[in-house]
Design a protein around this ligand. Structure first.
Ligand SMILES: Nc1ncnc2c1ncn2[C@@H]1O[C@H](COP(=O)(O)OP(=O)(O)O)[C@@H](O)[C@H]1O
Ligand SMILES: [Mg+2]
Length: 159
């Protein structure tokens, strides 16, 4: 199975799901965070980034488009992208998106992946967050392709 649904009842619960996810991520993984404004993408990202960087503040790179978190003793570097304000393919080039993915030397975490247009990476974990009331969120994980490298993350989070 390559999909998994988890429901959280608070931002704290979403963050802690992120921390469990973060511990499963490896260099070269690409995680796309899909959901409307206020869905909880950055909240989940905070958990993922905090997995090995306790106390490091995480803000959404809304204006810079990308924030870099260097590798730690036992975790790869992480590139946190927020493409909400992306203007087009030129912006994507200036971030060096394709190179980031191709280099495979860090984790690439993307808010607003729909801004990538049709040029999605070949392999990724898609996380869709959907509000269900003020504090409930349905969080769906799906590995693409279903038998690709990201399937192990779905299996790991389910166990
Ligand atoms: N279960 C939940 N999971 C995530 N965020 C939640 C949840 N319940 C309430 N919230 C609130 O929803 C907002 C999500 O904001 P944010 O993570 O910045 O969203 P996005 O990055 O998708 O725009 C925060 O104010 C957070 O406290
Ligand atoms: Mg955000």
């Amino acid at each position: 199975m390559s999909g998994f649904r988890h429901v959280t009842g608070s931002a704290v619960a979403t963050r802690s799901l992120g921390t469990r996810l973060g511990a499963l991520l490896l260099a070269g993984d690409v995680v796309l965070l899909h959901g409307d404004l206020g869905a909880g993408k950055t909240t989940l990202a905070q958990g993922i980034i905090a997995a090995d960087r306790p106390g490091v503040p995480v803000q959404s790179p809304t204006f810079t488009l990308v924030n870099e978190y260097p590798a730690t003793a036992d975790r790869p570097a992480l590139h946190h992208l927020d493409l909400y304000r992306l203007d087009g393919p030129d912006d994507l080039d200036s971030i060096g998106f394709d190179d980031l993915v191709a280099a495979g030397d860090g984790i690439v975490l993307v808010e607003w992946p729909e801004r990538l247009g049709p040029d999605l990476p070949g392999d990724y974990l898609l996380i869709s967050i959907e509000p269900d009331g003020p504090d409930r969120r349905r969080i769906d994980l799906r590995a693409t392709p279903a038998d690709g490298r990201h399937a192990r993350i779905v299996d790991g989070i389910r166990d």
